[in-house]
Design a protein around this ligand. Structure first.
Ligand SMILES: [Zn+2]
Length: 325
């Protein structure tokens, strides 16, 4: 859509400006909230925008990861909860849609922009659920290397930690439908969960599928481009052509968009793997332009974050060793 394209362009232009105007030190350490502010998001005023998906399922857009909410007779289940500052507006949006208190929150992963509302919601009685590795990361805290910045995520207190975890797969039965939580190995992080609402044929992909630019691979914390491709393929095997796909970020799309995303990732992966086999350094891989024909649609990766993180994860995968830097 032209408007999307325009928004995406503006988004990348603003990042370019921010990056060039602030002359950042290499890999500056900041908080998740600071990161959002620098990218132009206002955590104190941004309103939640709700869009109906199918039946009693809604997607909520605010600051951070997309939320899917199931609002029905048994209560409210949410997938992801953005930032603590956003929680009062998320609760208000749910009330406006006819829901009450939030009973369950499923975290697609542990990152600050998806699980940041956990402490507030867990503290007010919601049951939190995640992959076991994500709970582990939430309890320990972590450094998220975004190349130009590193976000320091503090450990969550008890109230922000999931009370239920799973390893491979988990089923819930809530508001009249089966809800499947799937994990298929390291991808965006090492603790991703994809959530499939079976009756309404809706999937929340978390950041295993980013539809607002190239995906981020948290390579320093076990994320893996190869794994991201395999994870998506496993999920696609559980879906059909009519599935409504909610990405971690960006607009809601259809099944075919997810399929072409995987094809794009596989093309880029094959090129980078080929270059690594020839002994190419990161700089040489960047110079070879392995993402060239996708850059206009996906937004140029200004600091080459995508190629940087992809290369780092593939290097580990291909050569079984870490890079020096
Ligand atoms: Zn993430």
């Amino acid at each position: 859509m032209p408007e999307d394209h325009m928004n995406r362009k503006l988004f990348w232009i603003s990042i370019l400006l921010i990056t060039s105007l602030t002359s950042l030190a290499d890999n500056e350490l900041i908080t998740g909230e600071e990161l959002m502010t620098r990218f132009g998001a206002d955590l104190s005023t941004t309103e939640i925008r709700a869009e109906k998906l199918v039946g009693n399922l809604y997607v909520l857009f605010g600051v951070g990861g997309n939320i899917v909410a199931s609002i029905g007779e048994q209560g409210v289940l949410m997938v992801d909860d953005q930032f603590s500052e956003m929680v009062p507006r998320i609760q208000a949006a749910i009330h406006e849609l006819g829901g009450g208190d939030i009973d369950f929150v499923v975290n697609t992963h542990w990152h600050f922009d998806h699980a940041g509302g956990n402490e507030v919601l867990g503290g007010s009685g919601a049951w939190l659920i995640s992959h076991s590795t994500s709970r582990d990361m939430m309890s320990k805290g972590a450094m998220v290397n975004l190349v130009a910045f590193t976000v320091e995520q503090d450990p969550y207190t008890e109230s922000g930690l999931p009370v239920m975890t799973f390893d491979d797969r988990m089923q819930m039965h809530f508001n009249g439908e089966q809800i499947d939580l799937l994990h298929a190995g390291p991808a965006h992080t090492a603790g991703d969960a994809v959530v499939v609402f079976r009756k309404h044929n809706v999937v929340h992909m978390g950041d295993v599928y980013n539809n607002a630019g190239y995906p981020f691979i948290d390579a320093d914390n076990g994320g893996d481009l190869n794994g991201m491709i395999e994870f998506c393929k496993t999920v696609i095997g559980e879906l059909n052509e009519d599935t409504v796909v909610v990405p971690g970020h960006g607009p809601v799309v259809g099944y075919e968009n997810l399929v072409s995303y995987v094809e794009m990732l596989a093309t880029i992966r094959d090129r980078i793997v080929g270059l690594i086999a020839e002994g190419a350094t990161l700089e040489e891989v960047i110079a070879a332009g392995p993402t060239a024909e996708f850059d206009e649609a996906m937004g140029d990766s200004v600091d080459m974050r995508f190629i940087n993180r992809a290369y780092t994860s593939l290097y580990k995968h291909e050569l079984g060793s870490d890079l020096d830097n």
